[in-house]
Design a binder for this molecule. Structure first.
Ligand code: S3P
Length: 464
């Protein structure tokens, strides 16, 4: 199906240096930790940067495998991407675009460019839009987990714009995108997905067409903010019914530097540990985009003591220093529009539910079943292996309160957020937890074990 073209090898490792089997011990975590660069923003710095004609300085990017997958993909599509580790471990450098395929590229007859998106759904879905709009011929593929995740939510709007795509069984990767001329679209998305919305926005900017995407709820608006920061005309209208409509009137982005603040979804692991009683933990320079602060809102509603200082704006995104202190936690229900604002944090929030007095109920979260794993089923297996009760539902789960994790052995099932949830369970529990498949953490947070140690946690690598 595909012929690959040679690309410059990534300077950033895509494999994980993390041990694949670890034992984590109970610990009273406390202190301050500057977590990794935000994954969503890091992808967008590269993708939006690739649309700019000329060099864009990049700062604060996560040194993670998922972000490296996006960087490698853009190199294969003709951009220069130079990234190196800064003193704090995050990546800095530059990207030189634009990504738009030349007439010579389009007529070269070289066949599709094979792009390996690894484990990264964000890379595959957002790149699908960018590639469709920029006229490249590609096949986007990934690992076994990514090959199970639907792409029809992206190919449907791109098809309505005039893109020709071929997916396995019509809905799964590998996904071939054939060069086509795109027109603008008014798309009513059945899911509130930032990835889908972003795919349409990036396709529209790349192709120079005006489009509109309506979603049932607001989702993280990083792409809109970054495009606006780069000089593109993007408008958002919030409907009285809770829906969100985003309209883009494209011009070429003209920005000269883009940066990522630190990742609130990575910090959420420490926030839950702190709220559940390990000790006060502060996390500076977090991205506090309203689409990302749902977990903090949930913890606060449960009674956690949270302070946010130094609120400021960096490249169009709200940023602040967040500290969480232990408290008696009460019950919570997460449903409706709140789900989208804490979707990635739901596994670790389940632990807050278990340690609370009243438990946690999650509804309207069927999307969890198409993440890096079936996160409802894998979370249930993981918690049960540690002696915790959890009731699995088609669109969520219920975790009764008044529980504490015990020792045990779990398998991350290739899912970074399940691996890190198990590590936090160990810190909060009564005995060590052995985690198989821990290397998956490298997809978003390669420094997790260093940060754990800095907060007073104890981990040891186990033999394969
Ligand atoms: C992301 C959006 C979310 C999130 C994912 C990152 C993004 O996915 O779960 O980890 O960067 O846009 P959906 O948009 O598919 O819900």
């Amino acid at each position: 199906m595909s012929a690959s073209r040679p690309g410059t090898p990534s300077r950033v490792r895509r494999g994980s240096d993390l041990p694949d089997r670890v034992r984590i011990h109970p610990a009273a975590l406390a202190g301050s930790v500057a977590v990794t660069g935000d994954k969503s923003l890091s992808h967008r710095c590269l993708l939006v940067g690739s649309l700019v004609d000329g060099s864009v300085e990049l700062q604060g990017l996560a040194p993670s495998a998922d972000v490296a997958a996006t960087a490698d993909a853009l190199r294969l599509l003709g951009c220069t991407v130079e990234l190196e580790a800064a003193a704090d471990g995050r990546l800095q450098g530059r990207i030189v675009g634009p990504i738009v395929a030349s007439v010579a590229d389009r007529n070269s007859g070289a066949g599709p460019i094979a792009i390996d998106c690894g484990n990264s759904g964000t890379t595959l879905r957002m790149l699908a839009g960018l590639v469709a709009g920029s006229g490249h011929h590609v096949v986007l593929d990934g690992d076994a987990s990514l090959r199970r995740r639907p792409v029809d939510r992206v190919t449907a709007p791109l098809g309505a714009m005039g893109a020709t795509t071929h997916a396995r069984d019509g809905r799964l990767p590998p996904l071939e995108i054939v060069p086509s001329t795109l027109a603008g679209v008014r798309w009513d998305s059945p899911v509130a997905s930032a990835q889908v919305k972003s795919a349409v926005l990036l396709a529209s900017v790349a192709a120079g067409v005006t489009s509109e995407v309506r979603s049932p709820h607001a989702s993280r608006d990083h792409t809109e903010r970054m495009l606006r920061h780069a000089g593109v005309d993007v408008h958002t209208v919030d409907g009285a019914d809770g829906s969100e409509t985003v309209r883009v009137i494209p011009t070429r982005p003209t920005v000269r530097s883009l940066s990522a603040s630190r990742d609130p979804s990575a910090a959420a692991f420490w926030h839950v540990a702190a709220a559940c009683g390990t000790g006060t933990i502060s996390t500076p320079e977090l991205c506090l985009n309203p689409g990302r602060t749902g977990a903090l809102d949930v913890l606060q509603a449960m009674g956690a003591r949270i302070s946010i200082d130094g609120s400021r704006e960096v490249d169009g995104e709200p940023v602040g220093d967040v500290a969480v202190a232990p408290a008696e936690l009460s019950a919570a229900v997460i449903d409706g529009a709140l789900v989208v604002r804490c979707l990635d944090e739901l596994p670790v929030l389940a632990l807050a539910g278990a340690l609370s007095a009243g438990g946690l109920e999650v509804r309207d979260a069927a999307e969890l079943r198409v993440k890096e794993s079936d996160r409802i089923s894998v979370l249930a297996t993981t918690l049960r292996a540690l002696g915790l009760a959890i009731e699995e539902r088609p669109d969520g789960f219920h975790v009764p309160g008044g529980q504490r994790p015990g020792p045990g052995r779990v398998d991350a099932h290739g899912d970074h957020r399940i691996a890190m949830t198990a590590a936090i369970a160990a810190c909060l529990g009564t005995g060590p937890v052995d985690i198989d498949g821990f290397a998956a953490v490298g997809t978003s947070y390669p420094g997790f074990l260093d940060d754990l140690a800095a907060l007073g946690g104890r981990a040891e690598a186990l033999d394969g």
